[in-house]
Design a protein around this ligand. Sequence first.
Ligand SMILES: Cc1cc2nc3c(=O)[nH]c(=O)nc-3n(C[C@H](O)[C@H](O)[C@H](O)COP(=O)(O)OP(=O)(O)OC[C@H]3O[C@@H](n4cnc5c(N)ncnc54)[C@H](O)[C@@H]3O)c2cc1C
Length: 381
Amino acid sequence: MQKYNIAIVGSGIIGMTLALQLSTINHINITLFGKKPKYSEFKTTAILATSFDIYKRLLDLNKSHPQISKLKKFKIIDELKTKKKIIDFDAREINLDSFAYNIRDNFLADRLHKEIKNNDSIIFKNEFIEGLEDNLSKTTLNTSDGVKEFDLVIGADGRNSIIRELAAINYSKKTYKESILVTEINHSIPNNNTSFEIHRNGSLLTSVPTSDKDSAIVMIDHSQKIDGIDIDDLNAIISEGLSTYLGDTIVSNKYSILPSVTINAEKLYRNRVMLVGESAHVIPPIGAQGLNLGLRDIITFYNILLNNEAKDPGSKTILSSYNNMRWFDIYKRYKSVNLLYQSMMNNNAGYSAIRNIGFLTLNKSRRIRNMLLSEGLSFNK
Ligand SMILES: Cc1cc2nc3c(=O)[nH]c(=O)nc-3n(C[C@H](O)[C@H](O)[C@H](O)COP(=O)(O)OP(=O)(O)OC[C@H]3O[C@@H](n4cnc5c(N)ncnc54)[C@H](O)[C@@H]3O)c2cc1C
């Protein structure tokens, strides 16, 4: 059987997961370019229950591993008006043990990196790519070993993707007026595997369990407020928001700040180049959707290759199937998460109405709650 050469550019969580997943296919040789990633020590990712199996298969990672925290419940607290509105969700409502499994990005990246190094079918090149040329018959990368030709180059090089730029794949990008702060807190009351989401005018404060009495924090607020924040202000904001649920809170002395951006590629391929993960889509960190979208990119592409064993993976038939099968899911998620984000951050009457209707309906209708949860978890995707 003819063998085909695929280059994956970018060894973040998505690039490494993709390399391991594709390495199980016989007719593919994988070369992965990138350096071992180092994420913020506080950055965690909630992997949805419907996506977690990929790590069981590829890393033999168990949901009960001590580094993984179960997210069994979440509580949304709307403090936009003087009277609080609260909605509670429990995974048992939809017959699940947990909605998601929260894991530190650095722990997951370390596990993936170790597995890649032990995998003889993946050539790992510890370097950054700076040049690409592509047309319908071939794609070349400028590497430290000279110009190398591949049947397909996959950009897994994140939100500032150079592969997306060099392949001239159009995309839209919006930078919001807010910034995102990530840190971790210790709290006196156990979180009971619950994530709390506090919505206030123009801000969002989320805690996600990392152990019994520790939770990761994602705070979104106006850039002026976040960028100049000091640890005392941060402690005060977090304690004011979460002490009702988590008792006394102490913020770790360190935190990381990121810009709030959203990106949507117009198309997921061009010639013999395709995109996965954040090189194709970036959405605000609400509802644990970002990495999970990238994992669905991987599974979809893997299934297409598996079902078309003899076909060239860089051919138009394969890449347009990938685009057709992924585009709508990504677009839908991109639109809905951005709408939700704007409804939380903007205080105008239109967004306020959407939010109010949402709260009323969710509290009254069990069928709509179940629909929303199933959609959020992407059942049957
Ligand atoms: C605060 C926050 C919380 C989040 N929480 C969740 C969550 O709970 N659930 C969820 O599903 N998602 C979540 N996300 C989204 C999730 O973190 C991202 O979708 C995911 O990490 C993206 O992974 P990636 O591999 O596509 O990109 P990255 O992690 O950015 O990896 C890209 C890699 O490519 C490398 N690279 C770049 N250029 C080159 C080059 N030229 N050559 C070689 N390598 C290159 C970079 O060094 C990097 O290692 C969150 C995001 C944020 C900001």
